[in-house]
Each structure stands twice: as C-alpha cells, then as structure tokens.
Design a binder for this molecule. Structure first.
Ligand code: PLP
Length: 367
C-alpha cells in the first residue's frame, strides 16, 4: 500500500508543532533568557521545577544537554557512571560522559532497561586506590531502546536510596517521564525529587510535541552550577520564550493525550502480533513504544525496514534484529490501521526475496 505521506513511526520526535502551538509561540512574551529576563522561560522553569518537586530548573536546547550537564555536575574526571547498557547516555550521546566529563560508564545489561538496587549495588566499586570511583547512577524513565517500559516508583526509590548510602548521586533521564506518569496515574514528583533523584529532566520535543527544548531540575545550588555548564556548552539563549511558550502550551494540552498514544501502541502491537506471532510481544507494550523482534521471522531488521519504507512506513532499526515504532501526536487511527497492513505485506515480501535467494543459491550449488 502506498500512502501520500509517510507514516513516520521512527520516533515521537517526528511531530510537527500544531497550529495552536505555533500561535502560542508567535505571541510569546520574550526577553533575554541568559540574563534571566525571559518571562516565558522563567514561567516554564518554575512550573516544571514544581511538577518534579525541585527548587529550581534550567531551560536547555535538548535532553542530551540535560544528561551531559547532569553528568558534569556530579562527576569528576576518572569517576564512573552506572546505567543501563541500552540507555541513551551510553549509545546516542557521542560518548559525552567520556569526552566532556572524563568519566567512564559501567553499563548494566538488563532485559528491559530496568535494573534493581541489588544489581546496581553489585556494580558499585569498593573504594580502592586502583579502581574508578563509582559516582553516579542514571535511570531512564521510560526506557527508550528496550520498549518504553515504566520503572515502578519503588524501584526508582530503591536505587536512588542505595546510591546515596554508598556516596553516589542519582540522575533521572525523564525524556518520557509523562508517558510513565500517565500510564501509572502518578505525579511526576513521585518519580523524581520524591524518589530521591538529585537531578531530573523532561524533554519537550518527544511526546509533548514541541519543536525544541528540555528542562533540567535540581536544587538551587545544582541549577546555579548547571548554568555555568549551559554557558560553556553553548546552551545559553536569548529570546527563547518563543520555544518555552511551546513547552507551556504542551504542558497544558499534550500531557493527558499521551494516553491516546499508549492505546494506539497497543492496537498496533495487537495487529502486528496477530499476523507475525512471536515477533511482537503485546504484554511488553506499556506506553507508546512497540518493538519488533525479527529473529522469529528469520529476516534482518534492516531488510524489513527498507521494504516498509518503500511502502510508506518508517520504522527505526535498533540493532540487527530489532525494529522500533513510536506512537505520537501526528499518528491517528487511520495511520495505525495502514501501518498494520504494510508490515504484514512487507514481511511476506522480504521472505519471498529470501527464499528466492536461497533457491538461487541451491541451484548454483547443484549446477
Ligand atoms: C531523546 C532522548 C534523549 C535526548 O533528548 P534530545 O532532546 O533528543 O537531545 C535522552 N534520553 C532519552 C531516553 C531519550 O529518549
């Protein structure tokens, strides 16, 4: 099936600002952000700090900068950061922990991106003259590359408290924090400050549908120190209220609707599981992310993604045998229905090619 516009499920970063959001941006009250004089930025920061339970907040151009500032705040060169091996910090931030903070990563391999306090404690190094100093633990709420799983609040509390007992700080990558709060019907603060995290941030450009921006929260002292890093990394802005206005609009209008993305993710997963069986595990779909494991299909993830793309369905390739689909603001029921059919057809097509190649190989062997 060929649709006019691609069905872009590569990420929830693929949204375009709505007309109403553009209006809010166009009429934003603005000032000089880096002098602390942009009223819209100040309003956004105060609001997010309060939602997450912190004293203060900082507006940043991206979530990646929030993670990097978080690591820079807590770690010195030679320190070690404990986080899941699948995490954004490990895989998609240009080795920033090493390049910027001079810190090493201690990756924990888990099934779904969520480790428990015992697993974390086992990775904390004893204080010796020879080993790195374990200094920071990072948790990702929700887990990105392993399927949008939601950390239970108790588990977050347990790792933050175990970290503090052993002299480590705790940082929450809340790129999709609101997907977790909507799913679990809980308050953002209970995943962040109240769970014991020293710093936490939310992304505006994921499910919230803004074009740019993220907000990092912490104590007044931490945010004061974070400002220095923000300048140094080139993240200080001027009339950034244009961007903050999108964030304020999204907090007003795009948080509760995340439940629709979750429902559509489930419908999509059920549709795919009906035709592809074990390749899609519906029971693991908690929020807006659906993973396809191509091993049971005996085809490669990149071949399947290429055929889907030809037919107007864009998916992300995560490793050799995994594809990821993320539901978002720009995807409605019609797109979900179309995506269900396209994947089914695409799998048949990839299999046909594979079988033809096998037959051709066999023919050559017997020639
Ligand atoms: C997207 C994402 C980031 C980075 O956010 P950007 O705003 O794209 O820089 C960090 N962590 C997780 C879990 C993410 O999904």
């Amino acid at each position: 099936m060929q649709t006019d516009r691609p069905i872009n499920l590569m990420s929830d970063t693929q949204t375009r600002p709505t007309e109403a959001m553009r209006m809010a941006m166009a009429h934003a009250e603005v000032g000089d952000e880096q002098l602390g004089l942009d009223p819209s930025v100040n309003r956004l920061c105060a609001r997010v700090a309060e939602m997450l339970g912190y004293e203060a907040a900082l507006f940043a151009p991206s979530g990646t900068m929030c993670n990097q500032i978080g690591i820079l705040l807590h770690c010195r060169p030679g320190d070690e950061v404990i986080c899941d091996a699948s995490s954004h910090v490990v895989n998609t931030e240009g080795a920033g922990a090493a390049a910027l903070a001079g810190s090493a990563i201690r990756p924990l391999v888990t099934l779904d991106g969520r480790f428990n306090a015992d697993e974390m404690q086992a990775a904390i190094r004893p204080a010796t003259r020879t080993g790195p100093r374990s200094r920071l633990v990072v948790a990702e709420q929700t887990v990105n590359f392993l399927g949008g799983r939601v950390w239970p609040i108790e588990q977050l509390k347990a790792i933050a408290s175990a970290a503090h007992c052993r002299g480590l700080a705790a940082h929450l990558d809340g790129a999709r924090l609101f997907n977790a709060t909507i799913k679990s019907r809980t308050e953002p603060s209970s995943h962040a400050a109240d769970a014991g995290f020293d710093t936490a941030w939310i992304d505006l450009s994921k499910g919230l549908g803004c074009p740019v921006g993220a907000v990092l929260c912490g104590s007044c002292d931490a945010i004061e120190a974070a400002w220095r890093w923000k300048y140094r990394l080139g993240g200080a802005m001027r009339q950034a209220g244009i961007l903050a206005a999108a964030g304020i609009y999204a907090l007003d209008h795009h948080v509760d609707r995340l439940a629709e993305d979750h429902a559509r993710a489930r419908t999509l997963a059920e549709g795919w599981a009906a035709s592809l069986g074990d390749a899609v595990d519906v029971s693991q779909v908690e929020t807006n992310i659906v993973l396809i494991d191509t091993r049971p299909l005996q085809i490669s993830a990149s071949a399947l993604a290429a055929v889907c793309r030809d037919q107007g369905l864009w998916l992300s390739v995560i490793g050799d045998t995994r594809l990821r689909a993320i539901l978002h603001l720009d995807i409605g029921d019609d797109e979900v229905a179309a995506a269900t059919k396209i994947l089914d057809t695409a799998v048949s097509e990839v299999r046909k090619c594979r079988d033809l190649e096998n037959d051709f190989g066999a023919a050559l062997r017997y020639a």
